[in-house]
Design a protein around this ligand. Structure first.
Ligand code: SF4
Length: 279
């Protein structure tokens, strides 16, 4: 019987900052870092994880689902995952984690799982453990580390931000339905092949009678029209300028403005996302 310490990386900023924080604050802990790889990740996510591995000085274990996105999509009759039917998180994120820790728990080990929920996210809950030997720890909440704290950790460590933050504020699958419209346009412009794939998945879903498109009420074939793109970009700029006016200018911040797109759209397009996939 042993104690195991595990920390899941999503490819996003909060979990990366947590890994750095734990490495620096508790160097005596032998933490096993893992990433549940859906096989539908942006190349920028892998590049960021590689950079993080360099800082941590140890490999990040990739937990691949036994069966990938395409298998499950077919199982669900080509219905796209959606906030109402989130089969993707269950099959591609939670199940691989559970299968990985199950033998540890069966051996009687105590597993501490560190989750990057920040002190300023009172409303968020993480994975609920049903096993007394799987203990969920929230170090940022315990130590009062908020969004600004995360920013400092990333910058001071030299790891910095994932490259995709210039156009998208969340990690997770390339096609994630939690993306805002402006992020879909980012995908179209940065990774047009992936956008085309997303359109194909959507067409297949509609052909199979799915009520869900990636964005509810607006298929990607409509979103990609030039006049619609211009409209969405214009709307985004207005929100961005309004947000900037609210914030004091900090000359110490890096040149690249880190945009939390979720913060700009909290009042519509849904503010939801997923702690398991996006932290
Ligand atoms: S990132 Fe989005 S699409 Fe991927 S598993 Fe999570 S909720 Fe589903």
């Amino acid at each position: 019987m042993a104690e195991r310490h595990v920390l899941g990386l999503s490819g996003g900023k909060d979990s990366a900052a947590l890994a750095i924080f734990m490495r620096e604050t508790y160097p005596e802990l032998d933490i096993e870092y893992f990433f549940t790889d859906t096989g539908k990740e942006l190349p920028e996510v892998y590049a960021f994880l590689n950079k993080l591995e360099g800082f941590l000085g140890k490999p990040i274990l990739k937990l691949n689902p036994h069966r990938g996105f395409d298998f499950w999509l077919k199982e669900y009759n080509h219905f796209l995952p959606s906030p109402q039917t989130r089969w993707c998180t269950r099959q591609l994120k939670l199940l691989p984690f559970e299968l990985w820790v199950r033998p540890m728990l069966a051996d009687g080990d105590t597993v501490y799982s560190y989750v990057a929920i920040r002190a300023d996210e009172e409303y968020r809950t993480g994975y609920s453990s049903t096993n007394n030997n799987l203990i969920i720890k929230l170090p940022f909440r315990e130590k009062g580390i908020n969004k600004e704290g995360v920013r400092n950790i990333l910058e001071n460590s030299g790891v910095g931000w994932p490259e995709y933050y210039k156009w998208r504020s969340r990690s997770g699958c390339t096609f994630c339905f939690f993306q805002k419209k402006i992020e879909w346009i980012g995908l179209l412009e940065k990774h047009p092949d992936e956008f085309q794939k997303a359109k194909e998945y959507e067409k297949l879903a509609i052909d199979h009678g799915s009520p869900f498109t990636w964005i509810q009420g607006e298929p990607l074939s409509e979103l990609e029209k030039p006049e619609r793109i211009a409209q969405i970009k214009d709307e985004f700029q207005k929100r961005l300028q309004k947000e900037k006016k609210k914030k004091p200018v900090n000359p110490l911040l890096p040149e690249i403005e880190i945009i939390e797109i979720d913060d700009l759209y909290y009042d519509d397009e849904g503010a939801g996302s997923c702690n398991i996939c996006h932290k």
